[in-house]
Design a protein around this ligand. Structure first.
Ligand code: GUN
Length: 289
């Protein structure tokens, strides 16, 4: 079986177009563009590239980009003061502190300092709790939100499906499992201590891999006809590869995301969608005339 390729670039372009159109409406209504602040600590090359793409994309969809570049040895209090300043800035609707932070900083404390109304990563306890409770006010982490959009755009039925999520990170695995469960899939959330991972994966109608281990998921782990969403982006000597051995898996799956060009573009597109959602939720109703 030759799997259908899920074209994340094309679907992300649709999301960006939708956001751009809604940004125009927002500006007409409120007289300002939504604003997204990025905070980058240190000069990790990969993080620089990611933040650069986010800032460039903001311009393309009409979102105002604010950026704070901080030194790798920034004082924790200074970083917290930057977050507090952004929390108080009425023109800033979303705050993204690029992760990972240097180990000398307490990431949990920094995330907890972000106003949940501006938490476009969906990482604060309030937004994670809202998602767990099925509260529509939740800001949802961008990668899982993007993965759900890929499933919808591919016409994959989630209701009643068996879904397996590999990796239980706060940014991807856990919210992905919550979203699939909310979409009426039967979900298994796997991790490094899961026994007989291959056999668990082989039960999946929908398999989401988010473990950060190059090509760990092999072709014979895939149930024939499954949909495979590969969240991994691993730099290897032979280039970027996902968590799934693509060529092998494509011989079993009905549909699969490539790396690059699958989930990656969706993560950035959903960041803009989240910024728009946050801006709308924060906006006052226009004055009555
Ligand atoms: N680092 C890698 N992915 C992400 C993301 O989605 N959000 C943040 N804040 N940092 C990241």
């Amino acid at each position: 079986m030759a799997a259908r390729l899920i074209d994340g670039k094309a679907i992300a372009a649709e999301v960006r177009d939708e956001v751009a159109a809604e940004v125009v409406r927002f500006r007409d209504r409120y007289g300002r563009a939504p604003g997204l602040a990025t905070v980058l600590v240190g000069d990790d090359p990969a993080s620089r590239v990611y933040v650069g793409s986010k800032r460039k994309g903001c311009e393309e969809v009409g979102i105002r980009s604010l950026h704070h570049q901080l030194a790798v040895d920034v004082e924790p209090d200074h970083l917290l003061a930057v977050v507090a300043e952004l929390n108080a800035d009425p023109g800033c609707d979303g705050i993204l502190v690029q992760l990972p932070l240097p180990v000398s900083l307490d990431s949990a404390a920094v995330i907890a300092a972000i106003d949940p109304a501006k938490d476009v990563d969906g990482l604060t306890a309030l937004n994670a709790g809202r998602l767990a409770q099925g509260d529509r006010a939740a800001l949802i982490p961008c990668t899982p939100r993007g993965a759900m959009r890929l499933l919808a755009a591919t016409g994959v039925e989630t209701a009643g499906a068996t879904a397996v999520v590999l990796g239980r990170s706060v940014l991807v695995g856990r919210p992905m499992a919550a979203l699939l469960s909310a979409a009426d899939a039967t979900v298994t959330l796997c991790h490094s201590r899961t026994r007989d991972l291959a056999a668990v994966c082989a039960t999946a109608d929908i398999l989401v891999a988010a473990v950060g281990r190059p090509e760990m998921v092999r072709g014979d782990w895939i149930k024939p006809g499954a949909t495979v969403i590969d969240v991994g982006i691993n730099r290897t000597e032979s280039g970027l590869v996902g968590d799934v051995a693509f060529a092998e898996a494509a011989g079993h799956a009905a549909a699969i995301t490539p790396v690059p060009g699958g989930v990656g573009p969706m993560t950035i597109a959903m960041l803009f969608a989240n910024t728009l959602s946050a801006a709308r939720a924060r906006a006052p109703e226009p004055a009555e005339v």
